[in-house]
Design a protein around this ligand. Sequence first.
Ligand code: ATP
Ligand code: ATP
Ligand code: MG
Ligand code: MG
Lengths: 220, 220
Amino acid sequence: VIKTNSIEKIYKTGKINVCALRDVSIEIERNSYNSIVGPSGSGKSTLLHIIGCLDTPTKGDYYLDEVKVSDLKPNKLAQIRNKKIGFIFQTFNLLPNLNILKNVELPLLYAGVRKKEREERSKDVLQKVGLEHRLKHKPNELSGGERQRTAIARALINNPSIILADEPTGNLDTNTGKGIMEIFNKLYDMGHTIIVVTHDNYVAKRADRTINIKDGKIVD
Amino acid sequence: VIKTNSIEKIYKTGKINVCALRDVSIEIERNSYNSIVGPSGSGKSTLLHIIGCLDTPTKGDYYLDEVKVSDLKPNKLAQIRNKKIGFIFQTFNLLPNLNILKNVELPLLYAGVRKKEREERSKDVLQKVGLEHRLKHKPNELSGGERQRTAIARALINNPSIILADEPTGNLDTNTGKGIMEIFNKLYDMGHTIIVVTHDNYVAKRADRTINIKDGKIVD
Ligand SMILES: Nc1ncnc2c1ncn2[C@@H]1O[C@H](COP(=O)(O)OP(=O)(O)OP(=O)(O)O)[C@@H](O)[C@H]1O
Ligand SMILES: Nc1ncnc2c1ncn2[C@@H]1O[C@H](COP(=O)(O)OP(=O)(O)OP(=O)(O)O)[C@@H](O)[C@H]1O
Ligand SMILES: [Mg+2]
Ligand SMILES: [Mg+2]
């Protein structure tokens, strides 16, 4: 379902040039459970952003469901993203001025779902991640792990076929983290495709396949 | 060196009232290595902020080096903080418009250290955490784990006697995390007092003493 062909990503900011990914070619099958591991700064988040249609490579091609995504215009890219992909950011990226009930509703708002249904589904997924007692809190009125779980809830609410998670348990104690892994397991059983970037060995081991990255390259 | 007496912390925001800590009384000795563990949302960051003079309790007293800190005015509190405490935030709290060399210099700037020495010491501690090749990057031009290491460098540059670390390895792979733990070990050997909030069992086990928190209370 996901196919990258010699992806290269160079960040160019002012005088700074950083080659974050070089010659990355991977194929990920539908309904597979994958983990991406590697040292800090090795290019994992960069790769996940390209797979998630949130960034474009400087060289190479990316095919999602056989469509050459690397060629698409921004609004077409956004459409595909909203429909097919649930992205959990390493830095959560919650909107600071909305409470978490409204933050989690956002993907449904973009999908044109009506208010009453949005609210019910938002409450439902927030209850799944153990945050039903925090619905009216804004992100800065939460603990680190509660913000992380809010980001997880928002990524899952639209039932996307592809779930991309960047360090989803980094701020969670072992038990709460296991609860999140159980949610991912259920989604995998229901046919979803899962890609988790993680430093947590427990999380990496549950994947069928682990992709190793070092200095922007895939290694075995 | 640190003594809290029946600390209570209630967050009051609009209609929301959350009791984050209740009746917390702990004593921490000079030159000890402590970890604080507990479920997500249990009050760990709240307790660390009070110990770090970044927040005040709603009830109870806090003594730092036998001074009743809970009574002090904000500017006196800031003085003590800058001199004695190095705080590593769970959310890093780096200044977005400064590169990391300048971000890490900040505690020395407040301490009145001259430009040339600030720059040398900043480079030195950034090299210790493996970021010598990223000095001119701003925080948004870094990976998650690189931001975390920048926050660690900034907390350590003034050689504070008390180091408070909130989930310092949450975004780091095992090897990079071990490197950070080595730095903490050396500081402990040199007489510093260390308190680490962590979900990482490896990190918690290295402490001489572990404080368990659940629902805002200390448990055994
Ligand atoms: N500004 C605030 N207003 C209201 N409630 C808050 C505020 N900040 C934190 N809380 C609540 O206080 C409780 C304790 O928060 P704290 O950040 O101390 O937890 P924690 O143990 O550090 O959690 P984690 O492991 O997830 O980082 C949480 O349940 C949180 O929702
Ligand atoms: N906007 C940017 N400009 C310049 N360099 C960047 C930018 N964003 C990231 N980098 C660099 O690209 C490299 C890869 O970053 P990436 O975020 O993909 O790493 P990562 O593997 O996710 O690391 P971590 O495990 O620490 O989160 C890093 O060394 C980083 O410094
Ligand atoms: Mg990353
Ligand atoms: Mg916390």
